[in-house]
Design a protein around this ligand. Structure first.
Ligand code: 5GP
Length: 129
């Protein structure tokens, strides 16, 4: 019997195309797609394909180069007019973006497969994510 720890996360199931997602970028190591419940005009998730790291602390310790790749990918996507647009088609490619790693349950982390929230567009008052 498989332990719950080795069951595919929702993000691994997106990588495997077992559940649909609006994928905007994919490489050998990373995938990026639109968050299903956007908290900003543009809300992407940048996710390592491996689910070996639960959160950004484990990732920074275990594979800092992969973490740097996530940051570089967030920056590239935030400059891409085909990607960094809201649901009305407005571009938010000024080069500014917010990068959020919720870390731990009480910080609001719900998926324990490290992911960066990449938020763009005008800031919404009173919310961080
Ligand atoms: P966390 O709260 O763990 O930092 O963020 C998890 C994020 O994943 C949430 O913003 C949530 O909306 C998003 N999410 C959860 N399940 C799915 C899904 O099946 N598809 C997509 N595109 N996003 C998801």
């Amino acid at each position: 019997q498989q332990s719950t720890e080795t069951e595919p996360t929702v993000f691994s199931r997106i990588v495997a195309r077992e559940i649909p997602a609006d994928i905007v970028f994919e490489s050998d190591t990373l995938i990026a797609f639109r968050d299903i419940a956007p908290k900003a005009p543009v809300h992407l998730l940048v996710v390592p394909k491996t689910q070996a790291y639960r959160d950004v602390v484990e990732l920074a310790d275990g594979d800092p180069a992969l973490m740097a790749e996530m940051v570089a990918t967030a920056s590239t996507l935030a400059r891409d007019p085909a990607v960094f647009r809201d649901s009305d088609g407005r571009e938010h490619t000024g080069g500014s973006f917010r990068l959020i790693f919720n870390t731990g349950e009480s910080a609001g982390q719900t998926v324990f497969h490290v992911h960066a929230h990449v938020l763009g567009g005008p800031l919404q008052e009173g919310t961080l994510a």
